[in-house]
Structures are given as C-alpha cells and as structure tokens.
Ligand binder design. Structure first.
Ligand SMILES: C=CC1=C(C)c2cc3[nH]c(cc4nc(cc5[nH]c(cc1n2)c(C)c5CCC(=O)O)C(CCC(=O)O)=C4C)c(C)c3C=C
Ligand SMILES: [Fe+2]
Ligand SMILES: [Fe+2]
Length: 331
C-alpha cells in the first residue's frame, strides 16, 4: 500500500450516545468538567456540577435531544460522519490515492486516541488537524488542543502536525455561507432581516482575551458584505447562554423579542458558528427561538440550515487542508 502524504484529523465537540438522562449526564459531566469550558475553581465547580447541575439538567436536556434525534443517532454525530466520508472522498480524488480522514470528538467517542490509531494504521505520519469551529475559542479550539496533546502523551514519536486554529473569514467559508443563504432565499423568498446567531461565551472570557466574539462579529460582517446587505438588514447575536453570569451580547432571544414587538414581519436566521446542525440549532434556534419571536408578535421565522455536507463546504475544508499540507504532497 502506498503511504499517504498526510492524514486529516477532523474534530467536533461530541454529543450524548442516546437521548436519555443517563447518557446526557455522562456527556455533560465530561464537557462541563473541562476547565477550558468552565473556568471556575475546581473543587467549588465540582460540587455545583455534581451536586446540582447533573441532578437536574440531564432530564430536561434529554427531552430536547429526543426531539431532534435521528434514526441513525444524534444529528451532530451523523453529520460529522457524513463530512468525514465526503472529505476523504474529495481529497482522495484530488490526490489519486487514499487520504485518510479520521473523526474525533473532544468529549465522548470517537476519542482522539481512537482517531489517532486509525490514522497510524493508515500510514499517516503527518497530520493536518481541522477543528470544525470556524471561530477560535478557548472553550472549543483550545480544548481540542489539550485533548490532542494528552492523546500524544504516551507516543514515543509524535507526528508532524499542522493546526487550523480558525477559518472565520476564509473566503471560501464566507462564499459557502452566502451560497446557502442565496439558495434559501431563491426557494423560500427573503425575510425583512437576517439574524446571524452564534453560540455565546461568558463576557468575562472575552475580557481575558478569548478571540471568539471578535471573530464571530468579523464572520457576520463578511457575510453581510458578501450578500450586499445594508446596516439595519442584519445583526450578529449570541445564543445558548449557560449559568448566571453575563454572556456576550446582544442576546439572540432578547433581540427576537424586541423585533417581534417592533413589528418586524419575517426574520431569517443562520448560525455560522456551527459546521453541523446540532441541538443548539435544531432545537434552540429552530423551535425555541421561533416560539419566542412569534410570541412577541413576529409573523414569520425561517431557519437556514448549517453548511453540513454541502459540496461547497467540503470543498472549503479540502482547500484549507491543502493549504496547510503545503510541502507534504509527496512521500
Ligand atoms: C460554536 C462553538 C461552541 C462554543 C464557543 C461553545 C461554548 C460553550 N458551550 C457551553 C455549554 C454548553 N454547550 C452545549 C451544547 C453545544 N455547544 C456547542 C458548541 C459550542 N459551545 C455545540 C455544537 C453543542 C451541541 C452538541 C450536540 O450534542 O448537539 C451544551 C449542552 C446542551 C445543554 O445542556 O444545554 C452546554 C451545557 C459553555 C459553558 C460554553 C462556553 C464557555
Ligand atoms: Fe456549547
Ligand atoms: Fe442550548
């Protein structure tokens, strides 16, 4: 077998194995136990997490997962596997030989160790690591970095590796987003306003230097420009608050309430922080926030899906990988 010039490690967040309180509890324990996600003092946070949050939240969140669960599993997992297969096919066609692409999740399975073993078995000695987070955050991208470093802990020979820390204004990313919005408008007509709703983080994290909110605002501005939108026709907002402290603003739900009261007729919503549809888009954005807007007096609410395995999204990933694999194209 001809050795591949490199392998690709795709990484996303992870998701429960089943839409049940038990599986959600296990998932949240690992996710929320990561100090990159919640930076509170360990002993205090451990008490709150295990003593309060993991006793209450899993039941409610499991119901939300059940409402979006697919026959083949959690949407985030199913779509990530589709992306992995499509990227492997795309790159293998380009190179005329198999380019191994492994999928790892930061929390749960497949683990970084499992993905690493798969890449080793395929003969990959150099890796391009692509965390599927367009914007770089300590709570996501840095957590991938920690897990990757930990997984390499026992390795006597670490592979050459190149990191894609973010692609928040990468032209092919912005173009793929714009294509999906234009196609949606062609099929369903166009709303009065376009809301670009990103997963939030605590305001405090931004003050400590987390580049994520700034990069979200830059993605939104670049997409607005690509679509030729004027000020007042679009907004960059933040969703999915967790806990009691202030998160980055403006909040998606508060904005929708204000717009509903103001008499905005139709709003179109896209979420350019997510490479794949997941609980936060399919339940929170598509269902909960629709109700919020309509209840406040809004008339019509349209959710535009994530890029998922759209060919222009996969082509964008391939281009990013190729740029980072420069000089590695032969054995
Ligand atoms: C876009 C990237 C994400 C950032 C940044 C992010 C920060 C962040 N998230 C939490 C807490 C939760 N997030 C939850 C779900 C969730 N978060 C992301 C992505 C980002 N999170 C995704 C893709 C998902 C969905 C996973 C799925 O299975 O579909 C959840 C779980 C759901 C719930 O209990 O409400 C929590 C909790 C924090 C605290 C944080 C930054 C500090
Ligand atoms: Fe999150
Ligand atoms: Fe949520």
């Amino acid at each position: 077998m001809k050795k591949p010039p490199f392998g690709v490690l795709l990484v996303n967040l992870g998701t429960p194995t089943a839409p049940t309180p038990k599986a959600v509890r296990e998932y949240l324990a690992e996710f929320l136990g990561d100090r990159r996600v919640v930076d509170a003092p360990r002993w205090l946070w451990w008490l709150v997490l295990h003593g309060v949050i993991l006793r209450i939240r899993p039941r409610r969140v499991a119901k939300a997962y059940a409402s979006v669960w697919r026959e083949d599993g959690s949407p985030l997992m199913c779509i990530s596997k589709d992306q992995q297969k499509a990227l492997a096919k795309h790159l293998s066609n380009e190179y005329g030989q198999d380019i191994p692409v492994a999928l790892a999740m930061t929390y749960g399975e497949p683990t970084m160790e499992q993905a690493g073993q798969q890449l080793r078995q395929a003969g990959a000695e150099r890796l391009v690591i692509l965390p599927l987070y367009p914007q770089n955050s300590s709570s996501t991208t840095a957590a991938v970095h920690d897990r990757y470093a930990n997984a390499l802990g026992p390795c006597p020979h670490i592979p050459a590796s190149r990191w894609i820390t973010d692609y928040h204004v990468y032209p092919l990313y912005i173009q793929a987003l714009a294509n999906s919005v234009r196609e949606y408008w062609q099929a369903h007509g166009r709303g009065d306003r376009l809301m670009m709703s990103f997963h939030g983080i605590p305001e405090r994290y931004e003050k400590k230097g987390d580049p994520y909110p700034r990069q979200c605002r830059a993605t939104a501005a670049a997409l607005a420009e690509e679509l030729g939108l004027q000020d007042g026709e679009w907004i960059c907002s933040f969703q999915s608050r967790f806990g009691r402290e202030e998160w980055v603003k403006p909040y998606t739900d508060h904005t929708l309430i204000a717009w509903g009261k103001e008499g905005v007729g139709r709003v179109d919503v896209i979420s350019p922080a997510f490479a794949a549809d997941c609980l936060e888009t399919l339940e929170e954005l598509e269902v909960e926030n629709r109700e919020t807007f309509i209840h406040a007096g809004g008339k019509d609410y349209h959710y535009i899906p994530c890029l998922n395995d759209r060919p222009d999204h996969i082509a964008m990933m391939a281009a990013l990988v190729n740029e980072n694999a420069a000089g590695w194209t032969s054995n």
